[in-house]
Ligand binder design. Structure first.
Ligand code: PAF
Length: 280
C-alpha cells in the first residue's frame, strides 16, 4: 500500500492505475478504523481493481460542542489495517489540501430536504460539512465507485442525492451494517463506552427488531415509536429519536404503509451519541 499526502501524489497513483486498466474504488473515512470500515474496503475491492481509502477528520462536519478535538486518531493502526485488507492507496490529506481557503471560507454544499430532519435537525450544518468534504474528495480521487456504510443511513441518502444532483459519474454502494456480538452497530465512538454501557447499548438493535415486528403485526406507527422510546429508556439510554420513516426520502410514511420503510434510532449513553437503523 502506498501513502499519498498531496493532491499531486494521489493523482499520479490514480492515473497509473487507470493506465493499467483498473477501475477506481474509494472508501472515505475519518480513521480509527474497525471491521465495519474494512468491510467497506472489501466491497470496494470486489468492484474495482484499485482501491483508495482516505482518512481525514473533517472539521466542518462537527458542531462547536461536538467531539472534533477528542475524536480518536490512530494513524499507524489505520495504515496497518488498510494494508492488510487490500487497500492500494491511503490518502491522508491536510486541512489545507481539502480546504485551500480555510475550512470556514470554503465553498459549501447544501443538500436540501433530506438534511432537514433527524440528524440534520439535531446537528445543524453537519450534512453541509459531510457533502462538502465528500464532493471535494470525489474530485480529488475521481473514483468510479464509492462505498458508504448503511449505518449512517441519512448520510447515505445525502450522498446519493448530491451525486445525482451534481452529476458525479460515481456509483454509490451501500455496505451492510457491521455489528458487535451483542448487536451494537460498530462505530469509532463505541470506544467512548465502558463495558457496561456497551452491553446496555445492545438494546438499540433489539429495539429496531421490535419496531420491525410491530410494523409486521400492523400496529399503529405512533404506538411502535412510543414503545421503542420506552424500551431505550428502560435500558438506560436517552433517545433523541426512534422513528419509522420512508426509506427513500425520510419523509413521514402514510399510516397504512408497510413496505419501503426504515426504522431509525439515535440515543445517548452518557456523552456518547449512537445511531442505528433497519430497512423494513
Ligand atoms: O462517515 C464518515 O466517516 C464521514 O462522515 C465521511 C463520509 C468520511 C465524511 O467525512
Amino acid at each position: 500500500m502506498q501513502i499519498a499526502r498531496t493532491t499531486e501524489e494521489l493523482r499520479r497513483l490514480v492515473a497509473d492505475a487507470r493506465r493499467a486498466g483498473h477501475a477506481i474504488g474509494f472508501v472515505p473515512t475519518m480513521g480509527n478504523l474497525h471491521d465495519g470500515h474494512y468491510s467497506l474496503v472489501r466491497i470496494a475491492r470486489e468492484r474495482a481493481g484499485f482501491v483508495v481509502a482516505s482518512v481525514f477528520v473533517n472539521p466542518t462536519q462537527f458542531g462547536p460542542n461536538e467531539d472534533f478535538a477528542r475524536y480518536p486518531r490512530t494513524p499507524d493502526a489505520d495504515a496497518g489495517g488498510l494494508a492488510q485488507h487490500g487497500c492500494d492507496v491511503l490518502f491522508l490529506p491536510s486541512v489545507e489540501t481539502i480546504y485551500p481557503f480555510g475550512a470556514q471560507a470554503s465553498v459549501s454544499i447544501h443538500v436540501p430536504v433530506v438534511t432537514e430532519t433527524l440528524e440534520g435537525a439535531i446537528r445543524p450544518g453537519h450534512f453541509d460539512g459531510v457533502a462538502t468534504v465528500v464532493a471535494r474528495l470525489f474530485n480529488l480521487v475521481q473514483p468510479d465507485v464509492a462505498v458508504f456504510g448503511q449505518k449512517d443511513y441519512q448520510q447515505l441518502l445525502v450522498i446519493r442525492r448530491m451525486v445525482r444532483d451534481l452529476a458525479f459519474p460515481i456509483d454509490i454502494v451501500a455496505a451492510p451494517i457491521a455489528r458487535e456480538a451483542n448487536g451494537l452497530a460498530m462505530s469509532s465512538r463505541n470506544q467512548y463506552l465502558d463495558a457496561a454501557a456497551r452491553e446496555r447499548a445492545g438494546a438499540i438493535r433489539a429495539t429496531l427488531e421490535a419496531m420491525r415486528d410491530g410494523v409486521g403485526a400492523g400496529s399503529p406507527f405512533a404506538g411502535i415509536e412510543a414503545a421503542a422510546r420506552a424500551a431505550l429508556e428502560q435500558a438506560g439510554l436517552v433517545p433523541d429519536y426512534a422513528v419509522l420513516r420512508k426509506a427513500d426520502d425520510l419523509g413521514e410514511p402514510a399510516p397504512g404503509q408497510r413496505g419501503g420503510l426504515v426504522a431509525l434510532i439515535a440515543a445517548r449513553s452518557g456523552m456518547t451519541r449512537l445511531i442505528d437503523n433497519s430497512l423494513l
